[in-house]
Each structure stands twice: as C-alpha cells, then as structure tokens.
Design a protein around this ligand. Structure first.
Ligand SMILES: [Fe+2]
Length: 254
C-alpha cells in the first residue's frame, strides 16, 4: 500500500491542487489522507474543504478546524511575538466570518485521529496512526528537537509498538525519525510551510507485504503568485502573502 499524507493546507487552494496533481501523476498512490488545519491564513477555506470532499479524501481535525467548528475564542496557535499574535487573531476572525455553514459542519465532523492497518487488520502488521499535533491534543508542537523520550511518551499514549508509525503535522516543518523501531513523521505543510522552502510539502508512505515502511518527503511547486494575489485582494493581512513567499522564514518585523 502506498499512502499520501497531506497536512496544514490552510486555505491555499493552488498548493492543494498542485499536490493532488502530483499524487495523480505518480499513479501508484492507493489512498490519500489529510492531517487537518484545512482552513486559516489562506483565502480559500470553503474551496479547500470542498475539493477534499469531492476527492473523497478523509482526515483528522487540526486545531484550526476544531476551533472554527466550535467557535472557540482563538485558533490555539502559538505566537512568537505580539505582532504575530495580532495577525493570528485577524486570520481567525476572517476565517470564522468566511466559512460557510457547510464548511463548518464538515470541520465539526472530522475525527481526532485515524488508524490504518495496511496489511488488513486480520493479520499482524503495522498500524499507522494519523493525528494533527500529538495523540493527546491537536495544539502541541511536535518539533524535530523533541527528545526521543517525548516520542516514546506519545507512542505510549497512542498505543503504538515497534513497527508502527505515527504521522502528524501542525509545526509546518517536515521531519522523520525512528525510535525503538517506531516511525515518527511530520508531514510538513501543503499551504503554509515554515522551513524556508515555499513549495507545498507532503509525505508518501509505502508499506510492503512484510510490513516494512519506507517514506518520501515530497515538495512541489505551485502557483504561489495566484495565492499571494488572492491574499492581497482579500481582507486578510498582506503579511501572509510575503510569509508564503519566504517559506515562513522572514526577518522579525520590529
Ligand atoms: Fe497549521
């Protein structure tokens, strides 16, 4: 089985379409799942949710999805500085005001986690657990500098064992590590990368007949100019366009 996992689309329809195009081109992908944060920061929240529904792509609830769906007081995002905090609040207010009832209902229906058994579940084999942040909540940032002990604690919370895999997003920076025979993979972000590379990111996971797992972290170019123009033409902060262009690695604004 070969799976494509995509996370953190954040209302960036051209980035999502480029990723779906790349998955279609590869022609050997058996199933596609998303890891949440479909909306927020980008100008096409309804279109992104609609596109995934049309394509039959299921997934889990990110912090942005659950906070918009429940009309929470903020998006549950972390801020580096007061300006980022102000922009984040603007994004949340804009998104809450622009999601349709159908989109809100679709976000409310997303499960917290999904478990896959590529070998079928009737025989032993790896379990792939999909969450947005961690198996405990969708707001904790599982960054690459977390120690192995953190990974093992999360594996324990998920009920994972050697040979299994836990996939997550939320930090918008892709990485992969194996600890005690368990795979931990951060898929990066389709629509708002923060690792300095503006291209849309996702992960391909191949599980062979013996249950062995191989991974590919993929990046694809998309129509960045179209997204930047749409952000600038909207009431979203123009800073979000520059942010995308620099892959989230911008000089701090004084
Ligand atoms: Fe996100």
């Amino acid at each position: 089985m070969k799976y494509a996992l995509l996370s953190d689309v954040h209302g960036n329809l051209p980035a999502l379409d480029a990723v779906l195009g790349e998955i279609a081109r590869r022609s050997d992908v058996d199933a596609v799942f998303h890891l949440g944060d479909l909306v927020g920061y980008g100008p096409w929240p309804n279109e992104v949710v609609g596109r995934l529904r049309e394509a039959g792509i299921r997934g889990v609830s990110g912090n942005y999805d659950s906070t918009v769906a429940t009309r929470y007081k903020h998006c549950g995002c972390r801020y580096e500085d007061p300006r980022q905090e102000a922009l984040s609040h603007e994004s949340f207010a804009w998104t809450c005001a622009h999601v349709s009832d159908a989109t809100r209902a679709a976000l409310a229906q997303l499960p917290f986690r999904l478990d896959l058994r590529p070998l079928g579940g009737h025989i032993a084999g790896p379990t792939l657990t999909l969450v947005h942040g961690t198996p405990l909540n969708n707001t904790t940032y599982w960054t690459v500098d977390r120690p192995d002990t953190f990974c093992l604690k999360m594996a324990d919370a998920a009920g994972a064992r050697a040979g299994d895999l836990i996939a997550f997003g939320h930090t918008h920076k892709p990485w992969h590590r194996v600890v005690n025979g368990m795979h931990f993979v951060n898929t990066g972000s389709v629509g708002r990368p923060k690792d300095g590379d503006w291209r849309a990111g996702f992960v391909l996971i191949h599980v062979d007949a013996s249950g062995a797992i191989a991974l590919e972290l993929v990046r694809v170019e998309y129509d960045l100019a179209r997204t930047m123009h749409a952000i600038i033409a909207s009431d979203l902060p123009d800073d979000f366009a520059e942010y995308l262009k620099h892959g989230g690695q911008m000089a701090p604004i004084p």
